[in-house]
Design a protein around this ligand. Structure first.
Ligand SMILES: Nc1ncnc2c1ncn2[C@@H]1O[C@H](COP(=O)(O)OP(=O)(O)OP(=O)(O)O)[C@@H](O)[C@H]1O
Length: 291
């Protein structure tokens, strides 16, 4: 659906995107992640045909999005970070402006049916984001760009948006998502790229990206116990002055087994014990730190 090679984008003397490659496959949700200023919006704009690259090749649905705007407009939907709607139109008027024969269930799907006669200026921030999503998906695009679609939403509205996105994926829509909520990417993404300072630091399938990072075990060291009393583990052990022990390991099951066997044998309670595979947050921090 998208094929990008060697993409570079400049703002005057400043190179915001410094030679990136991306591939987005049909039917997947691809998450473009990164710190503030990493270049996500710039890349999205290049994919949407709104920004001319300074170098590199961008193909979206097989065409150059700058050259073939008609194809891109017809077959894609876009939810921008900031949208400008006429404030005095009602929700229904706005939707009808987009598509005269709006399906009856469209407003319901985004939980806006009860707000159909409310003026846009009177909507809450969350309702406006849902209206954004509704308009972007009214014409059933093959490819949907979502630029931080849940920023500012409360947890319930965010969940509702995720359900809508899952529904679109189930219908075969391909989605490119930027978000600062790593939990959102971890919940929805099939594949992802993490940008930092204009370059891709990490990319691949979510499961592979997570599996490449060590898992973690942490617990409070029982009172008066010396850290050297711990059994020998495959992972690296860090012990901070508060008494918290943090282990990073590629052998989660074996190390956990050794620890629990040791604790049981010595009748120790490991309070606040946690053991988990790497989260996207761990990957993100590692990507920022990587040279
Ligand atoms: N119009 C502009 N003129 C000059 N520099 C710009 C312009 N737009 C963006 N930049 C710079 O380009 C870099 C990338 O910006 P971009 O908005 O693409 O990042 P982002 O990853 O989307 O950030 P955020 O997460 O904060 O939205 C930043 O350093 C930003 O300051």
């Amino acid at each position: 659906m998208i094929d990008v090679t060697g993409l570079r984008c400049r703002y005057g003397d400043f190179e915001a995107v410094r030679g990136i490659d991306l591939e987005v496959r049909k039917g997947e949700l691809f998450a473009l992640l990164g710190t503030n200023g990493a270049g996500k919006t710039t890349v999205m704009e290049a994919l949407e045909g709104l920004r001319a690259p300074s170098d590199g090749r961008v193909r979206v649905l097989g065409v150059d999005p700058r050259q073939d705007r008609a194809t891109i407009r017809r077959r894609t939907g876009i939810v921008l970070q900031h949208s400008g709607f006429p404030p005095d139109l009602t929700v229904l008027e706005m939707v009808r402006l987009w598509r005269r024969d709006t399906p009856a269930d469209a407003l319901e799907r985004l939980d806006l049916a009860h707000r159909r006669d409310v003026r846009i200026k009177q909507l809450s921030g969350g309702e406006r984001r849902r209206l954004d999503l509704l308009l972007a998906t009214l014409n059933r695009p093959e490819l949907l760009f979502l630029d931080e679609p849940t920023t500012g939403l409360d947890p319930e509205s965010r969940q509702r948006t995720w359900e809508v996105v899952r529904g679109l994926l189930a219908e075969g829509t391909t989605v490119v998502l930027t978000t600062h909520y790593l939990e959102e990417a971890e919940t929805l993404a099939h594949r992802l790229a993490i940008l930092h300072e204009g370059v891709v630091r990490v990319s691949g399938a979510l499961v592979d990206v997570l599996a490449a990072q060590p898992a973690r075990i942490s617990f409070d060291l029982p009172d008066r116990l010396d850290i050297r009393a711990l059994p020998i583990l495959a992972g690296d052990v860090v012990h901070d002055p508060s008494g918290r022990v943090d282990i990073r390991t590629r052998e989660l099951q074996d190390d956990l087994d050794l620890l629990l066997t040791w604790a049981r044998r010595d009748n120790l309670r490991l309070t606040r014990l946690r053991a988990h595979h790497a989260s996207l947050e761990d990957v993100f921090h590692a990507a920022r730190g990587a040279a």
